[in-house]
Design a protein around this ligand. Structure first.
Ligand SMILES: NC(=O)c1ccc[n+]([C@@H]2O[C@H](COP(=O)([O-])OP(=O)(O)OC[C@H]3O[C@@H](n4cnc5c(N)ncnc54)[C@H](OP(=O)(O)O)[C@@H]3O)[C@@H](O)[C@H]2O)c1
Ligand SMILES: [Zn+2]
Ligand SMILES: [Zn+2]
Length: 368
């Protein structure tokens, strides 16, 4: 164990910490490589987790390559990863929800003020004083937070989730971002039996969206640019699949959708989907492409359609989603990889070549 001295609100604090193995990127153009990072020793409200699996979200790639520089510039070295599942190894004296040996999960947030109206409502994702799991100022050790491409993490118990015991852990990890990010807007916009729901982009988020919309009872249509994903889409729960580059196929659905979830990671024509909404229909963006999307005003105004966005979900809803997945036996379809293949995985993610989420087996970090 080691300690470090940090300045906090004008006073000097001594923090106990330990070293953890991790993978980090040194710059926007470097590959991820093995490193060692400092983690704080658990303080009284903290849970220390040995990470078993961490999903690879496209947001990890956007941030490692500094593609969101206008909104949240990346601070290097960057240790990504916010789809974390593992086992509790140590808890602070005031922790009540967890004990060593429990399964535990962490998503995109690790702290918030806990006092504002958003936090009080369980909507921590909207708190102005949120701390994201990586690339955000670290209140404890200074510098920035480091994510889940690591052997362990230490998190305030308020941001640690319980994991249903019946689920495959490699497939649980992606629920912590891809799962909640698709579940939350579907609940918000009332996806249920009798609704016609579209999911655009069959990637990590999209395939979870299809699973949730199907279990919620909607008629689900997948829009994909990859004709070879057709059979998978049907297996995942889609009722219909449209190859979006085919104008004729798209036209057949004009004016018919109650809700469309857009989970595309790159530039695309969103107007083509707005046209498919019925009166008062909604399209929600969860995808976060690097460049702004052009929106034609007429597509929205002629049928009082709406366009919104949605970021992850609050802690109570994330727990609800995990419990829902436990009840309905839902996990992500994963390709489990050792951490040493992470750079290859990023290249494949860019080619939409993953079925449908990479999940890193963190045991691989121990073997060098
Ligand atoms: N709102 C949030 O809180 C939140 C949370 C997590 C992630 N995100 C963002 O959501 C997006 C998707 O993340 P992900 O992890 O699901 O990514 P992903 O696994 O790479 O999936 C993205 C999918 O988009 C489609 N696509 C890719 N390039 C395209 C193009 N040029 N034109 C049309 N379609 C294209 C592909 O589906 P097809 O092959 O089926 O066409 C691809 O599989 C990313 O931008 C990510 O940063 C947002
Ligand atoms: Zn994510
Ligand atoms: Zn708050």
């Amino acid at each position: 164990m080691a300690s470090c001295i940090v300045e906090h609100s004008g006073s000097i604090l001594i923090k106990r910490m330990y070293n953890a193995k991790a993978y980090s990127a040194a710059s926007a153009t470097s590959s991820l490589a093995s490193t060692t990072i400092a983690r704080r020793d658990p303080t009284e409200h903290d849970v220390q987790i040995e990470i078993l699996f961490c999903g690879i979200c496209h947001s990890d790639l956007h941030q490692v390559r500094n593609e969101w520089s206008g909104v949240m510039p990346t601070v290097y070295p960057c240790v990504p990863g916010h789809e974390i599942v593992g086992r509790v190894t140590k808890v602070g004296s005031a922790v009540t929800k967890f004990k060593p040996g429990n399964l535990a999960a962490v998503g995109c947030m690790v702290d918030s003020d806990g006092t504002c109206s958003e936090c009080q409502a369980g909507l921590e994702q909207f708190c102005r004083n949120i701390t994201l799991t990586y690339n955000f100022p670290d209140k404890h050790l200074g510098g920035v937070t480091y994510g889940g491409y690591s052997e362990s993490i230490v998190v305030d118990e308020r941001f640690v989730l319980r994991v249903p015991s019946n689920l495959n852990l490699a497939g649980v990890a992606p629920l912590l971002c891809a799962g909640i990010t698709t579940y939350s807007p579907m609940r918000h916009w009332g996806v249920t039996k009798g609704k016609k729901v579209g999911v655009v982009g069959l990637g990590g988020l999209g395939h979870m969206g299809v699973k949730f919309a199907h279990v919620l009872g909607a008629h689900v249509v997948v829009f994909t640019t990859s004709p070879n994903k057709k059979e998978d889409a049907l297996r995942l729960g889609a009722d219909e699949v449209v190859v979006s580059r085919n104008r004729e196929e798209m036209q057949k659905h004009a004016g018919s959708f109650d809700f469309i979830l857009d989970a595309v990671s790159a530039d695309h024509d969103i107007n083509a989907y707005i046209e498919l909404l019925r009166r008062d229909g909604n399209i929600t963006l969860v995808g976060a492409p690097e460049k702004p999307l052009a929106v034609a005003a007429f597509g929205l105004l002629v049928a009082r359609r709406s366009l919104s966005g949605s970021p992850i979900g609050g802690i109570p809803e994330t727990q609800e989603m995990l419990d829902f997945c436990g009840t309905h036996n839902i996990t992500a379809d994963v390709e489990v990889i050792p951490i040493q293949k992470v750079n290859e995985a990023y290249d494949r993610l860019l080619k939409s070549d993953v079925k449908y989420r990479f999940s890193i087996d963190m045991a691989s970090l121990k073997s060098k």
